[in-house]
Design a binder for this molecule. Structure first.
Ligand SMILES: [Zn+2]
Ligand SMILES: [Zn+2]
Length: 175
């Protein structure tokens, strides 16, 4: 059975194909546009390959398997997409991201073939989290080294002062 990808849309009006008003129609050249756009193409040349076509002659692909993009699965997918968008646009905290990743993974596991975008974004989030964790570890290390340096500096100053004191008392004794 002929099957359109879920994001298939008419290149003229950019609307998704359906089996009612936006029926996909194939021209003689092989390019596909929706039923409502084809009669409006004037002059009648294919917008993709510029081949002339007969506006009365094209094949409507009724009954084609157009994947539904509605239903609970799709609204959950768009909910997750929105959450990811928020992370990208507004930033997030380290405690929030693992929850989103878990949600993303659990959802992607439901569907093996679809929602590749969510699967890929999930991988990206996991990677970013790992990078962030490593950065935080480095930051903590740098901070503790800096503290150590300050402490060393203090004890060095202390030792120098004591050395000076000892030297001057020795000089006093030798007088
Ligand atoms: Zn169209
Ligand atoms: Zn064409």
């Amino acid at each position: 059975m002929l099957c359109l990808a879920s994001e298939s849309a008419c290149d003229i009006c950019l609307d998704a194909f359906d089996n009612k008003h936006k029926v996909p129609c194939v021209l003689d050249c092989g390019h596909v546009f929706c039923q409502s756009c084809i009669p409006r193409v004037d002059p009648p040349v294919c917008p993709v390959c510029r081949e002339e076509f007969d506006p009365q002659h094209f094949i409507k692909m009724y009954g084609i398997n157009i994947p539904t993009t509605t239903g609970p699965l799709y609204s959950e997918a768009s909910h997750i997409r929105k959450a990811i968008e928020d992370v990208i646009n507004l930033g997030t905290t380290e405690t929030e991201v693992p929850g989103l990743i878990a949600e993303c993974k659990a959802f992607a596991r439901l569907r093996e073939q679809e929602f590749d975008d969510l699967r890929n974004t999930c991988r990206l989030l996991v990677h970013l989290c790992n990078v962030q964790t490593r950065l935080n570890q480095h930051e903590r290390l740098v901070k503790s080294l800096q503290e150590e340096r300050v402490n060393f500096q203090a004890s060095e100053n202390d030792l120098r002062r004591k050395l000076n004191e000892t030297q001057s008392s020795m000089i006093d004794l030798l007088k």
